[in-house]
Write a protein that binds this ligand. Structure first.
Ligand code: ADP
Length: 161
């Protein structure tokens, strides 16, 4: 049974995140989406709200669970869950340097857990949670880029009915 952790801020969860999740599901038996609290990024939605939206958005995936990450190292969480891998998405070269640093540090801390980078469909290359928050907050239509439960909560949060 090969379990992988897919960590992120997911503020909010987008179709790009789902693309990576689908690819990960084809490789691993079980995925835990781990929602980082990430208070430095001053998220629009609380970790519990983000986890709830993700749960609703991934209900069709039987082997996917959603959890929130408490304080502490991701690698310790992954070890505790007996995961063999950490999944990260790579969109552009700009993602690479930071991701590489973290992946190597995590490998140093726990050589048994491998970071696996997956590339989304090209149409998601420029999709970020922050652009979704920005466009939605200015009244733009983001329905092509986020799952329905996220769209509903974005509208409610922004008072767009
Ligand atoms: P973090 O703060 O951990 O980077 P994000 O929610 O921004 O949290 O991203 C979580 C993971 O999903 C990261 O590995 C990121 O590269 C990946 N990701 C984010 N947006 C996309 C996208 N449009 N396509 C593919 N992967 C993505």
């Amino acid at each position: 049974m090969k379990r992988a952790i897919y960590p992120g801020t997911f503020d909010p969860f987008t179709n790009g995140h789902i693309d990576i999740l689908e690819r990960a599901c084809n490789i691993f038996d079980e995925i835990i989406i781990a929602v980082a609290i990430n208070s430095q990024k001053r998220p629009m939605f609380s970790a519990d709200e983000r986890a709830e939206m993700i749960r609703e958005s991934v209900s069709r995936f039987p082997r996917v669970a959603v959890d929130t990450l408490q304080a502490g190292l991701l690698i310790d969480y992954a070890r505790e869950k007996n995961a063999v891998a950490i999944i990260r998405g790579l969109r552009q070269v700009a993602d690479f340097e930071y991701e590489f640093q973290i992946a190597l540090m995590n490998r140093h801390l726990c050589p048994d857990i491998t970071t696996v980078f997956l590339m989304p469909n090209e149409k998601y290359t420029y999709l970020t949670s922050s652009i979704i928050r920005e466009v939605a907050s200015l009244g733009g239509d983001v329905s092509d880029f986020v799952p329905e439960p996220v769209l509903k909560r974005l509208k409610a949060r922004l008072g767009l009915g």
